[in-house]
Design a binder for this molecule. Structure first.
Ligand SMILES: Nc1nc2c(c(=O)[nH]1)N[C@@H](CNc1ccc(C(=O)N[C@@H](CCC(=O)N[C@@H](CCC(=O)N[C@@H](CCC(=O)O)C(=O)O)C(=O)O)C(=O)O)cc1)CN2
Ligand SMILES: [Zn+2]
Length: 778
């Protein structure tokens, strides 16, 4: 390290930001609704930031990340920092409204595309870079947040998304002025097109250099440059870009010390490259990384750097094994110049604190650590390094006891479930050939060509949420709650009948969330009361905690679906969430392999499909929107994942007879790398997000010989815009070029729960009319 460097010992790479009680979410939504103004919003946001900074300092961190606050998304913030918002929002004079227009669109502007942040359930906005993009530094937000912290006397470390990651996550679009809609060639965004964008480093690295100098002048001792893209497979040319970029940034005069933060996996070859530059520190994820601490010993250049050791899991909720972490840190001291203790990644992905979870039993509580508890673990470990292990012996003993308590808990092993899974042979997850199933199903269902349907949810109105909140508080009893939900179901069924849809749904009003709803009904799962985690923008989820063997206590959906079916002679689809998605959107066990957990969840879902069938339900949809999300970041690990993921889905869906039609639904992703797996699911009908990708997914499916039913989404439900009949007709004709009419279904892109009732009625009306027109012309 350079001699001026002041080092630190305890930090985290980032923190949650929506507010411990979702205060920021509520404030932003109030601003959108026009009930508060910008001044009030800014003041709420500032108070939240300042309280949080003080908490982090008082907890004992001696370097505190700033600039990680966001009104919507940190990648969008980086686009603003670099002056790279799309041309189509440039005309919006107000800065904040321009920002929100880029994030969410408005009456005239399509928003940036949203996609998954690496293998997490957080979504970022994909910056669009055109040949005409002229980058320009806009550091006010970051400098402002730094100044707030400095004024509080806090040792603040500004955080920015790094230049390599920024360009790798951005998408190249044709030319300025054109919206995302017209950019078919680069719709697959980030990954495939990224090579070409790295040649724009020459334009943005000077801005980062300027930023570093300004941060140094404003009093920052350290800056954290996040480069999670470095844990993905990089070509030799890309590694050269890493080298030249950080050589250039390290050469900036008056800069703070530079910490390059990697997370979500191993740096691999990029570690040697980074270590060979003059950056001062590297943050290493010692949880997700499989190379482990020993691989660092072979990097002599680390001996003059600060290694920020991610030994506390930033993405899962288990209490840290402090003895194991200390041993890792001990090994690391042999290869690094200096060691600081940290979380493995930003705490964005975990809830704020266990303190607001009244329903946890003492045992389970003792096994867990949310944000605040993880910060405490970091400081204990840092104290052990600084002052000796004996100074934290009480904390180590508590951790040891909790771990022992967890290991011996009977809830971790259910012999019935394990015996049932052991008894299943490989044939238990195979159905009869698709062609045989098709014959039996079409006799039973008697559907027209191009059947119309929806993906499951209808608008989650405030009426619905108020009823659920009232039930939670005991203000209404179960019978009244059921009555209100049934009345919602009856409305949704009546609406679908009126619109003339062919396959109906019950609308999912009773579900707080498509994963949490099921987790609440499984043994082995704990659903939090306040464990909110940002999913995108102001939308949050409460990932449930899988801690033991999974047992379905009772049928979970049968009464709701059969009620809906009792109201109509048209088929109503049973609606379930698949095992991969249930796990992807949960905090999962770390004491057994994920595929083992997947089989347990799959068995529970399989039992539900069988019960639905026995109650007269003819179609069951098992959603797997997160299939792509869990795909490992490195090519070498992908196939093994896809194998167990497909197997789990098939286990969940092969308990029914040939005449029961299995649907699945996939969304939120680019499907290129998982196309074979989609075919492998062997679902009779697959509805898939396609509206924003111009139906290209259909050609990809054809390329792998897919010959089952498919419903490419014909309009984008992420926008309030009502699609016209004509444009849906155009979509359907495009689909018919790739898929014969016998296999084609007509449906939206995804569920309708975030939409308003009026636009849903109008959109579905147009969808049905379009299907009738195209059908007539077949
Ligand atoms: N787990 C998960 N991950 C996912 C998705 C998903 O559906 N689930 N979809 C994608 C992301 N899309 C998402 C779309 C919508 C929401 C969403 O609407 N979230 C809601 C919360 C949903 C929820 O849990 N609702 C509960 C609790 C609602 C609530 O806040 N109630 C109030 C009281 C009632 C009120 O005033 O509205 C309270 O508790 O304070 C319910 O309905 O019961 C929100 O942020 O507002 C989240 C993610 C990918 N990842
Ligand atoms: Zn979906």
């Amino acid at each position: 390290m350079e001699k001026h460097t002041v080092t630190f010992s305890a930090t985290v790479l980032g923190t949650p930001r929506t507010g411990p009680r979702r205060e920021l979410k509520r404030a932003i939504e109030s601003y959108w609704a026009g009930t508060i103004d910008q001044v009030e919003l800014a003041s709420i946001a500032r108070t939240l930031r300042e309280q949080h900074l003080i908490e982090l300092r008082d907890a004992g961190l001696d370097s505190i990340p700033v600039g990680t606050f966001s009104y919507y998304d940190h990648v969008l913030d980086t686009a603003v920092l670099l002056g790279a918002l799309p041309e189509r929002v440039a005309g919006i004079a107000d800065e904040l409204d321009r920002y929100f227009a880029a994030a969410r669109g408005d009456a005239t502007v399509t928003p940036l595309e949203m996609t998954k942040w690496f293998d997490t359930n957080y979504h970022y906005l994909v910056p669009e870079i055109t040949p005409d993009t002229t980058f320009a530094l806009a550091p006010e937000k970051l400098l402002g947040e730094l100044a707030e912290a400095v004024a509080l006397g806090i040792s603040a470390r500004p955080v920015v998304v790094g230049p390599i990651t920024f360009l790798k996550l951005s998408k190249a679009v044709g030319s300025s002025g054109s919206g995302a809609e017209s950019e078919s060639e680069s719709e697959s965004g980030s990954e495939s097109e990224s090579g070409s964008l790295l040649d724009r480093l020459d334009e943005i690295v000077p801005l980062y250099a300027d930023l570093l100098a300004q941060l140094g002048a404003a009093g920052a001792e350290w800056v954290q440059i996040d480069e999670p893209a470095l844990v993905t497979d990089l070509t030799a040319a890309e590694l050269d870009y890493v080298r030249s970029t950080y050589d250039r940034l390290a050469a900036v005069t008056g800069r703070p010390s530079i910490l390059v933060a990697s997370y979500f996996g191993d740096l691999g070859a990029a570690l040697h490259v980074l270590a060979g530059t003059a950056v001062d520190g590297i943050a290493i994820d010692l949880i997700a990384g499989t190379g482990g601490v020993d691989s660092l010993a072979g990097v002599p250049a680390l001996a003059n750097k600060l290694v920020v050791a991610g030994v506390v899991d930033g993405r899962n909720v288990w209490r840290t094994d402090l003895d194991a972490a200390l041993s890792t840190l001990g090994t690391l001291l042999g290869s690094a110049g200096t060691v600081a203790v940290s979380t493995s990644c930003s705490l964005l992905h975990v809830p704020y604190t266990l303190d607001v979870e009244p329903d946890l039993d003492d045992n389970l509580r003792s096994w867990l650590a949310f944000g605040a508890e993880k910060i405490a673990e970091v400081t204990v470990l840092a104290r052990a390094l600084r002052n000796g292990v004996e100074t934290v012996s009480a904390e180590l003993a508590t951790a040891r006891d909790a771990l022992a308590n967890r290991r011996s808990d009977p809830r971790l092993h259910n012999t019935t479930v394990r015996a049932r899974l052991d008894a299943l042979g490989p044939d238990s997850s195979r159905r009869a050939p698709a062609a045989e199933r098709r014959v039996k199903q079409s006799e039973r269902l008697d559907l027209p060509a191009l059947p119309t349907t929806t993906i499951g949810s209808y608008p989650q109105t405030s009426q619905i949420r108020i009823a659920r909140a009232a039930r939670r508080k005991g203000e209404i009893d179960e019978a009244e709650y059921v009555r209100r939900m049934q009345s919602e179901i009856a409305d949704v069924v009546a609406l679908q009948e009126k619109l003339g849809l062919d396959v109906l749904v019950h609308g999912e009003p009773e579900r707080n969330d498509m994963v949490q709803y099921f987790a609440e009904q499984f043994d082995g799962y704990f659903a939090t009361a306040n464990g909110w985690v940002q999913s995108y923008g102001t939308r949050c989820v409460r990932p449930p905690i899988l801690y033991g063997d999974v047992v379905r206590r009772n049928p979970m959906t049968v009464e709701w679906i059969t009620y809906a079916q009792s109201l109509t002679s048209k088929p109503v689809k049973g609606m379930l969430t698949g095992p991969v998605t249930i796990l992807a959107w949960s905090f999962v066990r770390d004491d057994q392999p994920l595929p083992d957990s997947a089989r347990q969840v799959a068995l529970a879902i399989r039992d539900e499909t069988v019960d639905l069938q026995a109650s007269g339900i003819r179609i069951v949809q098992v959603d797997e929107p997160a299939l792509r999300e869990l795909l490992p970041l490195r090519a070498a690990d992908k196939q093994a994942y896809l194998d167990w993921a497909v197997e789990a889905f098939r286990l969940a869906t092969s308990g029914v007879s040939d005449a029961t039609q299995i649907h699945t639904h996939l969304c939120y992703s680019e499907f290129g790398e998982v196309i074979d797996a989609i075919a492998g699911l062997d679902a009779d009908v697959t509805s898939i997000e396609a509206a924003r990708s111009h139906m290209e997914v259909l050609d990809d499916l054809n390329a792998v010989g897919f010959d089952l039913g498919v419903g490419p989404g014909v309009y984008d439900i992420h926008s309030p815009r009502v699609p016209s009949i004509e444009e849906i007709v155009v979509s359907l004709h495009a689909a018919l070029k790739a898929v014969p009419a016998e296999r084609l279904w007509v449906n939206p892109d995804c569920g309708l729960k975030t939409r308003g009732a009026e636009e849903v009625g109008a959109s579905l009306h147009n969808l049905v009319e379009a299907a009738i027109l195209v059908r007539a012309a077949l």
